[in-house]
Design a protein around this ligand. Structure first.
Ligand code: GLN
Length: 312
């Protein structure tokens, strides 16, 4: 099967080209509004160590909410299950930057992938590390065995200068006692973590531990097996915000999306695939990247719901 992956990825890159004119780039972060829309990359990394790509699979882009996978892994590593007293595990059914549930639910975010939940995760990291965004970056370096990935300072500054909504979310949670640190410091770290720039092939490789029971192939254990499986469960149910149900239905895999246009999907025990195209739908998910991953998962029969009938 792996022999055919390069050809499949190229066919997918050709197929999704007409979709690259659709959607809008994330203009609420001015530095991202300047990213040209007609770009596409896709890469696959297998637990066996192979990496394949097509299109702009080596071009770095803003990982944005894809960073929430790594920040959550780090927070669970340091905090363990105590984290779940401050963050829920339910899909939100609301946009990623919504405030509406927080008042009714007394400042406890629905899950760690909506912005409110990610800000609580960052608050945890702020208490554990002097430079929490460096801790996330260093985890990525360890996962890749390479220290060239960095934070795009201009994107970080641009988001931080326009972070009124995330600031409102953070202050609101603080009023309920669910954000312990300084709001400004949490926002600095959160915006910097979102501004990490990585390519599809780097994201596919760095996410392998989530498809391999918490152990990075040829590397160290990152989180225990149960934590890795649970992050996967959250990606399936909450990884694409209020489109999570629809994308679980279309793709059948744990995924995480980001407004930089990247989507990472896990095929547990086998591989990770990352696709990228900057044009976003109304939920902030990349149109062409979602279509590409849907096509890839169908072609290799990767849905986690696929199963041979048992013989016994
Ligand atoms: N940094 C972005 C924000 O907080 C991340 C959102 C996303 O990628 N969905 O708005």
């Amino acid at each position: 099967m792996t022999r055919d992956i390069p050809r499949l990825l190229q066919a997918i890159a050709d197929d999704v080209r007409p979709l690259l004119d659709q959607g809008d780039v994330a203009s609420y972060i001015p530095a991202l509004a300047r990213v040209p829309r007609r770009q596409f990359g896709i890469a696959v990394a297998t637990v066996g160590g192979e990496v394949y790509g097509a299109g702009d699979s080596e071009r770095r882009f803003s990982i944005q909410s894809l960073s929430k996978m790594y920040a959550l892994a780090l927070a669970l590593q340091r905090e363990g299950d105590a984290l779940w007293q401050r963050v829920g595990r339910e899909p939100s059914g609301t946009p990623f930057n919504s405030l509406v549930q927080l008042e009714r639910e007394r400042g406890v975010p629905r899950n760690p992938f909506v912005n409110a939940g990610a800000l609580v995760v960052t608050d945890v990291l702020c208490r554990r590390y002097l430079q929490p965004e460096r801790a996330v970056l260093e985890l990525i370096h360890r996962l890749l065995g390479d220290t060239t990935v960095s934070i795009d300072a201009e994107v970080a500054r641009s988001e931080r200068a326009h972070s009124d909504r995330n600031a409102a979310i953070a202050h609101f949670m603080r009023s309920f006692g669910n954000l312990h640190g300084d709001v400004g410091a949490v926002l600095d770290a959160y915006c910097a973590q979102c501004a990490v720039a990585m390519s599809c092939s780097e994201l596919a490789r760095a996410s392998l531990f989530l498809a391999a029971d918490g152990v990075q192939p040829r590397g160290a254990r990152v989180v225990d097996a149960l934590a890795a499986r649970r992050i996967g469960a959250l990606m399936l149910t909450c990884g694409a915000y209020d489109a999570s149900g629809d994308l679980a239905w279309r793709i059948g895999l744990p995924i995480k999306t980001g407004v930089g246009g990247g989507i990472v999907a896990l095929v547990p025990g086998r591989l990770c695939v990352c696709a990228w195209a900057p044009g976003l739908d109304a939920n902030g998910n990349s149109i062409a990247a979602a279509a590409a991953i849907e096509r890839f998962a169908a072609a290799i029969g990767a849905s986690i719901f696929a199963g041979e009938p048992s013989r016994d």
